[in-house]
Design a protein around this ligand. Structure first.
Ligand code: NAD
Length: 253
């Protein structure tokens, strides 16, 4: 069977855990050379080891996406390592603390926006500049169902993910004629450390999260990765500016 990303060069942020790790592994399986990036070195190196075990070509570059100098170095390092950047996945993100809007601490708000919105834009900015030089590419950001509908007790996260969906649309229009497709995936509840850090403490919370999903279960990270592979591949050649729910029906309710 033809591999869907054969010969492509990819960059995945937040690839040291959860969805990003699943995306990096799926990209390598589909033939891409993958730069694994994360602020967490041990997590990133574990992803690299998993890709190498299946025979893939990969390297780790540490980067905090909220720091513009580190993001510049990340994209520069990607091009130095593999010559170009075809498929970028801006996936790194944090949940932030849970509190109602009127009580939300300002420092927690700033941290969530700096990572989930500004960080994704800093990455996009550098990726676009490289893709313009080489004549095209694909960018997929991991937004959330919280980028499409409101969620209680998460005002900064919801604002950042709505912002990321808006940024995706704006950037897609800016580069529609430049052969750069820019899309987002909007996962529902996915069984990753972002969620299990809480559900491992509370079976009631786990049951409530599963009940919130029309399909009655959480997604596995690999199910989100499949959508990202497809959006990044030539099969999605006429799709740009889209925010694709991958959510077990969550936003259809
Ligand atoms: P995760 O916590 O397992 O992985 C997130 C990764 O991002 C971690 O490895 C972390 O080190 C990295 N990261 C955090 N801040 C960073 C920074 N400043 N610079 C670089 N890396 C950083 O969580 P996940 O569930 O895999 O989340 C991945 C993305 O998916 C996030 O953007 C998240 O908001 C989104 N998402 C998750 C869910 C879910 O239910 N798990 C649902 C919708 C959207």
């Amino acid at each position: 069977m033809t591999r869907r990303l054969e010969g492509k060069t990819a960059l995945v942020t937040g690839a040291g855990s959860g969805i990003g790790r699943a995306v990096a592994i799926a990209f390598a399986r589909e033939g891409a050379r993958v730069i694994v990036s994360d602020v967490n070195v041990a997590g990133g190196e574990a992803t690299v080891a998993a890709i190498q075990k299946q025979g893939g070509e990969t390297r780790f570059i540490r980067c905090d996406i909220s720091k513009s100098s580190e993001v510049e170095a990340l994209v520069r390092g990607t091009v130095e390592a593999f010559g170009r950047l075809d498929c970028a996945v801006n996936n790194a993100g944090i949940a932030g603390l849970m509190a109602p809007t009127g009580d939300y601490p300002e420092d927690a708000w700033d941290q969530v926006i700096a990572t989930n919105l500004k960080g994704a834009w800093l990455c996009m900015k550098q990726e676009i500049q490289q893709m313009l030089k080489q004549g095209g590419g694909s960018i997929v950001s991991t937004a959330s169902v919280a980028g499409l509908v409101g969620i209680q007790m998460a005002p900064a996260y919801v604002a950042a993910k709505h912002g990321l969906v808006g940024l995706t649309k704006a950037a897609a229009l800016d580069y529609a004629k430049a052969n750069i497709r820019i899309n987002a995936v909007c996962p529902g509840v996915v069984r990753t450390p972002m969620v299990t850090v809480s559900t491992d403490q509370s079976k009631e919370l786990e049951a409530a999260l599963m009940a919130a999903e029309p399909v009655g279960r959480m997604a596995q990270p690999e199910e989100i990765a499949e959508a990202v592979v497809w959006l990044s591949s030539g099969a999605a050649s006429f799709i740009t500016g889209a925010a694709l729910p991958v959510d077990g029906g969550f936003v259809a309710q």
